[in-house]
Design a protein around this ligand. Sequence first.
Ligand SMILES: Nc1nc2c(c(=O)[nH]1)N[C@H]1C(S)=C(S)[C@@H](COP(=O)(O)O)O[C@H]1N2
Ligand SMILES: [Mo]
Length: 252
Amino acid sequence: MKKTIMGQGFAALRDSEIADVERRLFLRRGLSFGALSLLSGCSITDHAGVEKALQAISGWNDRVQAKLFSPTRLVEEFPESAITNPFPFNAFYGEDEIPVIDSTDYRLELAGLVRERKTWGLAELYALPQVSQITRHICVEGWSAIGKWSGTPLRTFLERVGADTSARYVGFKCEDDYYTSLDMATALHPQTLLAFRYADQILPAKYGFPMKLRVPTKLGFKNPKHIRAIFVTNDYPGGYWEDQGYNWFSGL
Ligand SMILES: Nc1nc2c(c(=O)[nH]1)N[C@H]1C(S)=C(S)[C@@H](COP(=O)(O)O)O[C@H]1N2
Ligand SMILES: [Mo]
């Protein structure tokens, strides 16, 4: 069963709903919807105008958040005793639909602004320098949990393959058709890991075998599991939830 998000699209806003959107925007961002429509030059009675205005403020929000993000500030790390057991599973489908990936056939693909685009097998990936982190994962659905992931810093990997680290985005495509993308500053952050292990074991299927991106400076949905391809680009790649209205930056 696919999940949908509440209020997506703002397709058929009634007056009371417009008032509600206005109140939420006012509370969250300190801007009234009327002020917003003036800024964006759209009428709030026109649905396309509402969409455009919301996209404009979301883009504005992403840019401001990206400016506030510190490329060196570290998020909190925890002792082993703080680990949440069992760690929750989450995806846009249930546990019965977790992708089954064969470790011998698996090849990680690279695309876009990358000098060395050869594919990588698991043995080569496991031979990269490895570090561990115990950090908190926060999901927009209202839960958080502490876990231990190990792998290679994404920065190390991007440098190894000759990625253009002056490009704007790093995108991820997953085996289950999930996809997401990061701003380059977050991709290069020292705690952003290409993770191959959970709790010192090969990453279990439900947590993203053979590889997930662990990004503790972002919300859970920006931590792609079952990564099949990584690409570097200057063209905004969006993401599975981002394209349905979740804020793209979603940083902590
Ligand atoms: N490939 C893939 N990655 C994904 C998702 C997904 O559905 N597919 N869901 C995201 C969301 S919303 C969350 S909260 C985390 C959950 O990771 P976990 O199962 O390890 O707790 O994975 C993220 N990465
Ligand atoms: Mo999530």
